[in-house]
Design a protein around this ligand. Structure first.
Ligand code: PEP
Length: 247
């Protein structure tokens, strides 16, 4: 069986009650390719509102989760609290958190383990900076980010990997289809060697970085690209065209 195409929308720290309700109602009434798994990640403040208004069949993700169950951790949210609110996924390891908030590989791996143990699906982000790409370190950087997780998590059935080159995020500079496919194939190869043949075959690997309604169709044709994690364009009506990239 092929891998189910997956499209995630990362709203980042954008939106208001009004604009998020508008996006949700647009998605609710849109004709979406039924074979695609769709998950949207609004800011934490709007998770409940989104879940309440969004139609069944589209899941909601947090943009982050903490690795402790409860207690004196001001500003954080736990896996149990997400589940209590019917939030079934979380993003982890987004480059904006790795770079701006200095989350390291070990912390991301810990949070991934806690999220999976608690029953959430994890969209695990990885990707290199421009400097690392120019120094030919892309595969090393990406696989060491993933290895930190593989050291702690043996079951990858609820992990979706999002390969997001940092230089392509929010810049309008999309990786070429060849650049993206090359890294996706390398990640799949790495999964085969370091996790299992089954993980290599079944794990969805998304591309993220300035995906738009214009470039999504070509990217979607690549054999190892199983969907997208979309930032800026997930706030626009064109998100529907990206979800329907295979049509
Ligand atoms: C992202 O934030 O995950 C992302 C890919 O952003 P953008 O699509 O805006 O580049």
């Amino acid at each position: 069986m092929g891998r189910q195409f997956f499209v995630g929308g990362n709203f980042k720290m954008n939106g208001s009650v009004k604009t998020i309700k508008d996006i949700v109602s647009h998605l609710n009434s849109a004709k979406l390719d039924e074979s695609v798994e769709v998950v949207i990640a609004p800011p934490a403040l709007y998770l409940l509102l989104t879940r309440e208004h969004l139609r069944q069949g589209i899941e909601v993700a947090a943009q982050n989760v903490f690795d402790k169950p409860n207690g004196a951790f001001t500003g954080e949210i736990s896996v149990e609290q997400l589940k209590d609110s019917n939030i079934t996924w979380t993003l982890l390891g987004h480059s904006e958190r790795r770079v701006i908030l200095q989350e390291d590989d070990a912390f991301v791996a810990n949070k991934t383990k806690v999220a999976l143990d608690g029953g959430l699906g994890v969209i695990l982000c990885c990707g290199e900076s421009l400097e690392q790409r120019e120094a030919n370190k892309t595969i090393d950087v990406v696989t060491s980010q993933l290895k930190a997780v593989a050291d702690k998590c043996k079951d990858w059935s609820k992990i979706v990997i999002a390969y997001e080159p940092i230089w392509a995020i929010g810049t309008g500079k999309v990786a070429t289809t060849e650049q993206a496919q090359e890294v996706h194939a390398a990640i799949r190869d790495w999964l085969k060697k370091e996790v299992s043949g089954e993980a290599a075959e079944k794990t969805r690997i998304l591309y993220g970085g300035s995906v738009s309604e214009k470039n999504c169709k070509e990217l979607a044709k690549q054999p190892d690209i199983d969907g997208f994690l979309v930032g800026g364009a997930s706030l626009k009506p064109a998100f529907v065209d990206i979800i329907n990239a295979n049509q």
